[in-house]
Design a protein around this ligand. Structure first.
Ligand code: PHE
Length: 344
């Protein structure tokens, strides 16, 4: 037994002396101390020994085990340090090589405009309301005074799933939902994507985005609407920008108006962009039709309200002088990257 122990001891020592890599140490550890290792085998064989011999031999095997573990740890520390040193010597760092450029994206101009619009209205005490893009006919049309056979529906033809489910044509249904869900005072803006069955051209797209607004309270007047939109236009396009209301028609507002702002490109002088008029149309607005208030559960004798709807693409293109709406959707990086840091 003693011979066997000596033999193992010697063989471990000589292997250790020759070991050049830390992986050799691990192999040796498994070979001798592992579950199927030489020393483990000796311990397993102790059953054959007499009861007197057992503790003596056990002690010797364990002593050798500890000794070997010590050597292995020491040798593996020594080799690891050597290997680390060798790696450090081999790896030189050339700090003159130019770094890889990290390409950072930038917000899409539509997002930037929408964020700006939201900021302006939140500053005036509005909160943001959202609703589904797949909408019920009831919210998109009926509650807004556009019953099933109403001719004004033609101006907002859209994509239908069935007779009662469609892709919303404006974000006004969010206003109807808001009025049904909460009592006045109401002051919300409803940003979001909307859909119409329009052919694509420089000023039309079947998908576009709006930010509509709704205020309902006691004593709200058209003067409040004008003041709110004036403030909005000045905040968005700068001082000196004015608004102009032209009579119009929407089934859900009465009276209704198309709202123009001073052409920011020529400051109202008249240019190619505003077709010589000095004005640019950016939104539709009006006083909420009392019938709409009533259908949405609000007493029109006590409350009045105003609403407006801004087209985000149009406002964006005017702000950045973009001539064609398609540029906003094509995702050409040569276009989009112009709105990077410092540009917007
Ligand atoms: N919903 C209208 C549209 O999409 C815009 C609008 C909103 C007009 C609110 C008046 C009042 O065309």
């Amino acid at each position: 037994m003693q011979d066997k122990l000596n033999e193992i001891r010697e063989s471990v020592r000589s292997t250790l002396n020759k070991a050049k890599e830390s992986s050799h140490i691990e192999d040796l550890r498994v070979h001798v101390l592992g579950r199927k290792g030489e020393l483990t085998a000796l311990l397993k064989g102790m059953g054959k020994l007499s009861p007197e011999e057992r503790p003596v031999v056990g002690q010797k095997v364990n002593a050798l085990r500890q000794e070997i573990e010590g050597w292995l740890d020491e040798k593996s520390r020594e080799l690891a340090a050597k290997e680390r040193q060798a790696r450090l010597n081999a790896e030189t760092l050339d700090i003159s090589i130019p770094g890889d450029e990290v390409k950072v994206g930038n917000p899409h101009p539509l997002s930037t405009t929408l964020e700006k619009i939201i900021d302006i209205f939140v500053g005036m005490g509005f909160s943001v309301a959202e609703g589904p893009e797949v909408e019920l006919d009831r919210y998109n049309f009926e509650l807004l005074n556009l019953p099933k056979d109403h001719p004004a529906r033609d101006a907002q033809d859209t994509f239908y799933f069935n007779e009662n489910i469609l892709l919303r044509t404006h974000t006004s249904p969010v206003q109807a939902r808001t009025m049904l869900a909460q009592k006045p005072p109401i002051r919300v803006i409803c940003p979001g994507r909307v859909y119409r069955a329009d052919e694509v051209d420089a000023t039309h797209s079947p998908v576009f985005s709006q930010c509509e607004g709704l205020v309902v309270d006691e004593g709200v007047t058209m003067g409040d609407l004008k003041g709110t939109l004036d403030t909005f236009a000045r905040e968005l396009y700068g001082e000196g920008i004015r608004t102009r209301f032209r009579p119009s028609f929407f089934p859900f507002t009465e009276p209704s108006a198309e709202v123009d702002v001073t052409c920011a490109a020529c400051k109202g002088e008249g240019c190619r962009i505003c077709k010589g008029t000095g004005w640019i149309e950016i939104l539709g607005a009006g006083m909420v039709n009392p019938h709409v208030l009533e259908m949405c559960g609000i007493d029109p004798k006590r409350y009045t309200g105003f609403a407006f709807g801004i087209g985000i693409e149009r406002v964006t293109n005017l702000k950045y002088n973009v001539p064609d709406m398609r540029l906003l959707f094509e995702n050409d990086l040569r276009f989009l990257s112009q709105f990077g840091k410092g540009r917007v």
